[in-house]
Design a protein around this ligand. Structure first.
Ligand code: SAM
Ligand code: SF4
Length: 325
């Protein structure tokens, strides 16, 4: 079992398989980064899998593939199959912008993928294009339908932004409700790579919008999930991911691995240790040692907290497209 320095059990590994993306979301990668990690520095799926086996053997029970846009790595299904064959009962999920799902969903499902979280920030083509930097809505909606059709469990992620898509919170909730999909509203997390003009919505403001159309009941956090769950009057559930809240990190159960092999203990901070050398040498013990050290170094909490907000706190320098959010 993997336990961090604060006694939290870590059983969830998020792997960013690429930092590249076909969208330019304002809150993540409004412009192409000055430089990408050179292709030769990326770990192959065989190399990533060596670490995945270490992590599973040490107690990881849930793996999420993310990015950048993970579906830009064409043979992602082969990686999914490697993991699924090694541990068939692993909770194996993907986070994607959905653009490439119409043609890949079936292959992913056949390879062993169980769940997919799809980002959907607007149901209006113009607003979706304003956020993503290109005309994407039609394909994203088709991607959602395809994922449902092939039998993947689907969740929707929406990042509400003031003056951009904050008028669509109820519409997205309705879109999900009629399809029996859970939506999670994510508070915008300030970071240096995002468009600095953006203003996110606080969890309380998001809930106030939902209350304009519904009565809601708080259910609480679901185990170590970052999502605080709520129930609508008709039994529909939705979630709120609220990293600015003081108790958000209490049950944090995750670590992150980037495409070039950096193991990251917390989304907010710059700290990371590389497993690339150990993996390239095939030195499993050394990789396990790096994992143990990263767990030891995992910070108590992020710095997007309520007490700090409003003060001149530093914004996170971590790029979401590198860590996978
Ligand atoms: N490209 C995929 C996608 O967009 O779903 C996967 C990677 S993306 C970094 C993972 C999640 O992070 C998405 O749901 C996205 O909306 C969210 N995200 C990115 N930047 C964010 C930010 N600054 N604040 C809150 N959520 C963010
Ligand atoms: Fe790409 Fe996802 Fe970042 Fe948007 S949020 S730029 S789709 S990685």
């Amino acid at each position: 079992m993997l336990i961090d320095g604060y006694g939290r059990t870590v059983n969830y590994l998020r792997i960013s398989v690429t930092e590249r993306c076909n969208f330019r979301c304002q809150y993540c990668m409004p412009e192409k980064p000055f430089s990408w990690v050179p292709k030769e520095n990326l770990l192959s799926f065989e190399e990533l899998f060596l670490f995945v086996k270490v992590a599973i053997d040490e107690g990881v029970t849930k793996i999420r593939l993310t990015g950048g846009e993970p579906l830009l790595r064409e043979d992602l299904d082969t990686f999914i199959k490697m993991i699924s064959d090694y541990k068939p009962d692993i909770d194996l999920a993907l986070t994607t912008n959905g653009y490439l799902l119409p043609e890949t969903a079936q292959r992913l499902k056949d390879a062993g993928l169980k769940r997919v979280n799809i980002s959907l920030d607007s149901l209006k083509a113009e607003t979706a294009a304003k956020i993503a930097g290109r005309d994407v809505l039609d394909r994203v909606l088709k991607g959602i339908e395809k994922a449902l059709e092939v039998g993947l469990k689907v969740k929707i992620n929406m990042v509400p932004l003031k003056g951009i898509n904050d008028d669509e919170i109820l519409d997205i909730l309705e879109y999900c409700k009629v399809r029996n999909i859970k939506v999670r509203f994510i508070e915008y997390m300030e970071n240096r790579h995002a468009s600095q003009a953006l203003r996110g919505m606080h969890g309380k403001e998001i809930l106030a919008k939902v209350k304009q159309g519904h009565t809601i009941k708080a259910l609480g956090r679901e185990g170590a999930s970052p999502s605080f769950n709520y129930l609508l009057e008709d039994g529909t559930e939705f979630g709120l991911i609220d990293p600015h809240k003081h108790d958000f990190c209490e049950n944090c159960n995750r670590i992150r691995l980037t495409a070039e092999g950096n193991l990251i203990p917390c989304l907010y901070f710059d700290e990371a240790m590389s497993i690339a050398e150990a993996i390239k040498e095939g030195d499993i013990e050394k990789a396990a040692g790096v994992l143990a050290q990263v767990l030891k170094d995992k910070p108590k909490e992020n710095r997007w907290n309520e007490e700090e907000s409003g003060k001149a706190q530093e914004t996170s320098a971590r790029a979401f497209y590198e860590t996978g959010g």
